[in-house]
Design a protein around this ligand. Structure first.
Ligand SMILES: [Zn+2]
Ligand SMILES: [Zn+2]
Length: 197
């Protein structure tokens, strides 16, 4: 009798969490727990690093997310292909979103790619309490990590991969887990290892 195929219950890969400057430890831990539970990844928290001066955009007093991604990518250039890196910052971040040259965002992730970044600057706005900010942060981190594994925006009701469309409403209403379509896609794009490592 052939053996039953093993059910893959291991991680999809390793996520390095990199706090930029002073970032609350409780929020880092909340992101780590959320990604372990809902992205099925191993998470390692790294020592904080300074925000790179090259990413500062003086006209708007904020950091260019694309430059932060380049910085994070370079830090882990030699890591295995399944490794991802997620930067966390309290400062405002921005990207180019035609017709806007510099558009403030919650987060940005390469699609697919190694690096993503999330900022709590806009997530703190009109939040009910610290737990609310923490949940927005965790949901946004899962969304940006999903992009790095190759997931695009979807239209599944309450899926965390829905386009935020410049508003926090979709983030606030999203479920913790990917919708069935996104889950099938990530299982194909970034399959889980055969067993816990
Ligand atoms: Zn997105
Ligand atoms: Zn989805």
């Amino acid at each position: 009798m052939p053996d039953e195929p093993a059910i893959a219950t291991g991680p999809r890969g390793v996520v390095m969490l990199v706090p930029f400057g002073k970032f609350p430890t409780a929020q880092v831990d909340a992101v780590a727990d959320h990604l372990r539970a809902h992205a099925q990844v191993e998470v390692r928290t790294q020592a904080a690093v300074p925000l790179p001066k090259a990413a500062w955009y003086a006209p708007r007093q904020r950091y260019r997310a694309d430059a932060l991604l380049d910085h994070l990518e370079a830090m882990y250039a030699d890591a295995p292909s399944t490794t991802r890196v997620l930067g966390l910052t309290t400062f405002d971040i921005s990207t180019s979103k035609p017709p806007h040259d510099d558009w403030g965002i919650f987060g940005l992730g390469q699609m697919p790619g190694r690096a993503a970044v999330v900022s709590t600057f806009r997530l703190r706005r009109k939040a009910k309490n610290p737990a609310h900010v923490q949940r927005r942060l965790a949901t946004t981190a899962l969304h940006e990590l999903g992009h790095t594994f190759g997931l695009d925006h979807c239209t599944e009701p309450l899926c965390p991969m829905q386009d935020a469309e410049g508003s926090i409403a979709n983030t606030d209403s999203a479920n913790d887990d990917f919708g069935p379509e996104c889950l099938r896609a990530i299982d194909r794009l970034a399959p889980r290892a055969a067993a816990p490592q």
